[in-house]
Ligand binder design. Structure first.
Ligand SMILES: NC(=O)c1ccc[n+]([C@@H]2O[C@H](COP(=O)([O-])OP(=O)(O)OC[C@H]3O[C@@H](n4cnc5c(N)ncnc54)[C@H](O)[C@@H]3O)[C@@H](O)[C@H]2O)c1
Length: 284
């Protein structure tokens, strides 16, 4: 038996669809929001920052692509914060088709020095924020008897120890996101809700720039020395996969993860796992 071949180009369109993007004031979240709008969709951006990092780029989502957008200041680690943001989003759009919980923070510090408060803050935002934001959206989709797509932002840190970096609390948080990707994809499948993730490698962003500032030269350079493709990722390396996973092009894909690491999840060419390079080693 053969099936009629359908249009692949139109399957990638997001026309008329609305997605919540948390952490969308800048960085990866904003790049994904931009991609959604370019493909015809609308976005509700939630972020702890009072306004988008680049107001002109945010305004261009409407002026350039004709997207409907709303920006809501919200702390995803607070129950009242996400509830309030969700209600505001519903007032603006009436419904949503999915969510990209991209809000996240990282820390690079020896395991034995990471504090209770640092650990809690990372889990509160990266895990609990993701968990309950997705829960609000899933509840809405189920009640509306509507299909949807959820794109989680995991990380290479969910799969490997990063060359030159010590991020145990962050690794644990992204490991949790990677597991949520599996269980939620399975549990929500009967409702027509797909859940997938991307696992970015080292992406040039405020997050990685901040982390790199605390490192030796040699450790910092692991970000582009270690990946087989031998460069830092950019947000643009992620948006094609994001559009694919949010759109009907991936209609039969759920609980999948796409590693976008320049090959680092598979191995390294020149990368060295070195934490303690010092001037005495002549390596800085
Ligand atoms: N940069 C990387 O190399 C990399 C790699 C893998 C995964 N990621 C993940 O990608 C996501 C985006 O990171 P990025 O690199 O764009 O970093 P970024 O720091 O540029 O952006 C993170 C955004 O999250 C927002 N945010 C932080 N705490 C928040 C809170 N409590 N409530 C709401 N918003 C909050 C910030 O204001 C910021 O706009 C994160 O989940 C991160 O873990 C990043």
């Amino acid at each position: 038996m053969s099936y009629p071949i359908t249009s692949v180009r139109s399957a990638f369109e997001l026309t008329g669809k609305t997605f919540i993007v948390t952490g969308g004031a800048q960085g990866i979240g904003f790049a994904i929001a931009h991609a959604i709008c370019e493909m015809g969709g609308n976005v509700a951006i939630w972020d702890i920052q009072p306004s988008p990092a680049n107001p002109h780029a945010y305004a261009a989502l409407s002026s350039q692509f004709g997207a409907k957008t709303v920006y809501i200041q919200s702390d995803v680690s607070k129950q009242a914060g996400i509830q309030d943001a969700f209600e505001k989003t519903m007032r603006e759009f009436g419904t949503v088709d999915g969510v990209v919980p991209a809000a996240g923070i990282a820390i690079d510090k020896p395991f034995i020095e990471q504090t209770w408060d640092e650990y809690n803050r990372i889990q509160d935002i990266n895990v609990r924020g993701t968990f309950f934001t997705v829960q609000l959206v899933a509840k809405h989709l189920i009640e509306s008897k509507k299909k949807g797509s959820i794109l989680l932002i995991a990380s290479q840190s969910a799969h490997i120890a990063l060359p030159g970096y010590r991020m145990a609390a962050y690794n644990a948080s992204k490991g949790a996101v990677a597991m949520l990707n599996k269980v939620l994809g399975v549990e929500l499948a009967p409702h027509g809700i797909r859940v997938n993730s991307i696992s970015p490698g080292f992406v040039d962003s405020d997050m990685t720039r901040n982390v790199r500032e605390t490192k030796s030269k040699r450790e910092g350079e692991q970000m582009w020395m270690a990946p087989p493709n031998q460069r830092l990722s950019t947000q643009n390396d992620l948006t094609g996969a994001a559009v694919y996973l949010l759109s009907d092009a991936s209609v039969h894909t759920t609980s999948a993860d796409i590693a976008i690491t320049g090959g680092l999840h598979a191995g390294t060419i020149d990368g060295l796992i070195s934490y303690e390079a010092s001037e005495a080693d002549g390596l800085n």
